[in-house]
Design a protein around this ligand. Structure first.
Ligand SMILES: *[C@@H]1O[C@H](CO)[C@@H](O)[C@H](O)[C@H]1NC(C)=O
Ligand SMILES: *[C@@H]1O[C@H](CO)[C@@H](O)[C@H](O)[C@H]1NC(C)=O
Ligand SMILES: *[C@@H]1O[C@H](CO)[C@@H](O)[C@H](O)[C@H]1NC(C)=O
Ligand SMILES: *[C@@H]1O[C@H](CO)[C@@H](O)[C@H](O)[C@H]1NC(C)=O
Ligand SMILES: *[C@@H]1O[C@H](CO)[C@@H](O)[C@H](O)[C@H]1NC(C)=O
Ligand SMILES: *[C@@H]1O[C@H](CO)[C@@H](O)[C@H](O)[C@H]1NC(C)=O
Ligand SMILES: *[C@@H]1O[C@H](CO)[C@@H](O)[C@H](O)[C@H]1NC(C)=O
Ligand SMILES: *[C@@H]1O[C@H](CO)[C@@H](O)[C@H](O)[C@H]1NC(C)=O
Ligand SMILES: *[C@@H]1O[C@H](CO)[C@@H](O)[C@H](O)[C@H]1NC(C)=O
Length: 370
C-alpha cells in the first residue's frame, strides 16, 4: 500500500505536469516566419497524433514563437525543431506519421524527436535532404525498419543518435561521409550482419563519443592499419555477442579514451601491456569477460583512473601483485575497484588498507572475493 502522502504527492505532480507549450522549449523569436515553412510545419503537425496537445501553440502567423520551434532572428528561417517528449509523462507523447513536408525545412540545423511514439513508422529516407542538419536525435522514438543510409548525406552532422529503437542496419558505409560527426549513438540498433563497422568509424576523425551498446555486433577486425580515431574519448561497445575469441587490439591504440566499456562482449585473452599507455583513462569496465586467468598488466601510469570494474572476468592471481599494478598516483581519485567474482587470493598489502578504507568511505565500494 502506498502511503497517503505519496498518493497525494503523485497527484500533485500529475497536476503540475499538465503538459504545456512552455515545456516544449518555446524559445522562438519575433522574426516573421517564412510562409512556406509555416505551411510545412502545419502539415507536419497534421500528420502527428498529439493526445496531450503539446503542439497547441502551433497556430497563428508567428511560427517562430510556436513551442519547440526556433528561427534565425536574421532570416526568419526555421533552424530548430525540438519535439523531444523525454521530459513528458509516458502516454502523452507526440507520435503518428512523419509528413514529407518536414523534409522541406532545408535550413533546419537541429531536429530532436527523441522519446516520441512513432511506433511502426520508418525513419523517412528523405531526411537525407535536410543538408543543414547538425544535430539529429531520433532516440527512443519507436522507429522501426532499416536505418536509412541516406543519413550519409547529412555531411554537417555533429550529433547523431538513433539509439533505443527497434531498428537495424546491415551496412554502415554511409557513416564514413559524416566527417564532422562528434557524437554517435546507435545503441540497441540491431547490427548483427554488419561487418565493416570499425572501418566506417575509423573514417570519422572528429568522433568523440561512440556508443554501440547491445547492438548485437558480432565481428570486429583485430587490427587497423591506420588509426584515425584521434579525438575519441568515450567507447562503449558493451553487451555485444562478438564471436568467440573477441580481442580487438585496435582498442588499445586509442590513447585519448577516458571511458572504455568492453563488458559482456565475450572478450577473450589478456589485457595487453598497451593499456598501460592509455593515460587519459578514467573509467574501465571489462566485466563478464574471460581474461584467461591473468591479472591485468601494469597500469601504474594511469593517473586519472577512478573506476576499474573487472567483476566476473576470470581473473586469477595474487591481490598483492594486483594492487601493485594499480596506479598509486590516482589513489585519491579512485572510488570503484570491483574485482568480485574472480579467483583472486592472498592478502592486501598493508599500505592499501588505510587507502582502501578511505576510498570506500567516499562514494563507491571496493570489493573482492578471495
Ligand atoms: C528540448 O525540449 C525538451 C522538452 O521540452 C527540453 O527538456 C530540452 O531542454 C529542449 N532542448 C533544447 C536543446 O532546447
Ligand atoms: C540573434 O540571436 C542571437 C543569439 O541567438 C543574439 O546573440 C543576437 O543578438 C540576436 N540578434 C538580434 C538582432 O536579435
Ligand atoms: C503509441 O502509438 C500507438 C499507435 O500509433 C498506440 O497504440 C500506443 O498506445 C502509443 N503508445 C504510447 C505510450 O503512447
Ligand atoms: C545523397 O543524395 C544524392 C542526391 O542528392 C543521392 O543520389 C545519393 O544517393 C545520396 N547519398 C546517400 C548516401 O544517401
Ligand atoms: C538481430 O537481427 C537478427 C536477424 O537479422 C536476429 O537473428 C537477431 O536475433 C537480432 N538480434 C537481437 C538482439 O534482437
Ligand atoms: C582517415 O580519415 C580520412 C578522413 O575521413 C579518410 O580519408 C581516410 O581514408 C581515413 N583512413 C582510414 C584508414 O580509414
Ligand atoms: C578461465 O580461464 C582458464 C584459463 O586460465 C580457462 O581454462 C577457463 O576455461 C576459463 N573459465 C571460463 C569460465 O571461461
Ligand atoms: C584459482 O587460481 C588458482 C591459482 O592461483 C588455481 O590453482 C585454481 O585452479 C583456480 N581456480 C579456478 C576455479 O579457476
Ligand atoms: C607494512 O609491512 C612491511 C613489511 O611487509 C613493514 O616493514 C611495514 O612497517 C608495514 N607498514 C605498516 C604501516 O604497517
Amino acid at each position: 500500500m502506498a502511503p497517503h502522502w505519496l498518493l497525494a504527492l503523485v497527484s500533485l505532480l500529475l497536476l503540475l505536469q499538465t503538459p504545456s507549450i512552455s515545456s516544449l522549449d518555446a524559445r522562438g523569436s519575433d522574426a516573421t516566419c517564412v510562409a512556406h515553412e509555416r505551411a510545412a510545419l502545419l502539415s507536419f503537425k497534421a500528420s502527428l497524433s498529439d493526445p496531450a496537445k503539446l503542439l497547441s501553440s502551433w497556430h497563428g502567423e508567428h511560427c517562430c514563437t510556436w513551442g519547440g520551434v526556433g528561427c534565425s532572428n536574421r532570416t526568419g528561417h526555421v533552424l530548430k525543431l525540438n519535439l523531444s517528449s523525454c521530459s513528458q509523462e509516458f502516454g502523452v507523447r507526440v507520435g503518428g506519421e512523419i509528413s514529407p513536408s518536414l523534409t522541406t525545412l532545408h535550413h533546419l540545423r537541429y531536429l530532436d524527436l527523441s522519446c516520441s511514439n512513432f511506433s511502426g513508422v520508418q525513419i523517412p529516407q528523405k531526411i537525407g535532404s535536410l543538408k543543414s542538419l547538425q544535430h539529429l536525435d531520433l532516440s527512443r522514438a519507436s522507429f522501426v525498419g532499416r536505418v536509412p543510409p541516406q543519413l550519409g548525406n547529412l555531411s554537417n552532422l555533429i550529433f547523431l543518435s538513433v539509439s533505443d529503437n527497434p531498428l537495424y542496419s546491415d551496412d554502415l558505409a554511409w557513416l564514413s561521409h559524416l566527417t564532422s560527426l562528434q557524437y554517435l549513438d546507435m545503441s540497441s540498433v540491431n547490427l548483427s550482419t554488419v561487418v565493416d563497422w570499425v572501418h566506417a568509424i575509423n573514417k570519422l576523425p572528429s568522433l568523440k563519443v561512440l556508443r554501440l551498446e547491445d547492438s548485437d555486433l558480432r565481428k570486429s577486425p583485430a587490427t587497423l592499419s591506420h588509426y584515425n580515431l584521434t579525438a575519441l574519448r568515450v567507447l562503449d561497445i558493451s553487451g555485444n555477442s562478438f564471436q568467440a575469441g573477441f580481442s580487438p587490439s585496435w582498442v588499445w591504440h586509442i590513447t585519448t579514451l577516458t571511458y572504455l566499456d568492453l563488458s559482456q562482449c565475450d572478450f577473450h585473452g589478456s589485457i595487453p601491456d598497451e593499456m598501460g599507455s592509455m593515460t587519459s583513462l578514467e573509467e574501465v569496465h571489462i566485466a563478464e569477460a574471460n581474461l584467461a586467468g591473468i591479472i591485468p598488466p601494469n597500469l601504474k601510469n594511469l593517473c586519472n583512473l577512478k573506476i576499474v570494474d573487472l567483476h566476473d572476468s576470470n581473473t586469477t592471481g595474487d591481490i598483492g601483485e594486483l594492487m601493485e599494478r594499480l596506479p598509486k598516483c590516482s589513489w585519491d581519485k579512485m572510488y570503484v575497484l570491483d574485482f568480485s567474482d574472480n579467483n583472486i587470493s592472498g592478502s592486501l598489502p598493508n599500505w592499501t588498507c588505510a587507502t582502501v578504507d578511505r576510498s570506500t568511505s567516499k562514494t563507491g565500494y571496493a570489493t573482492s572475493s578471495f
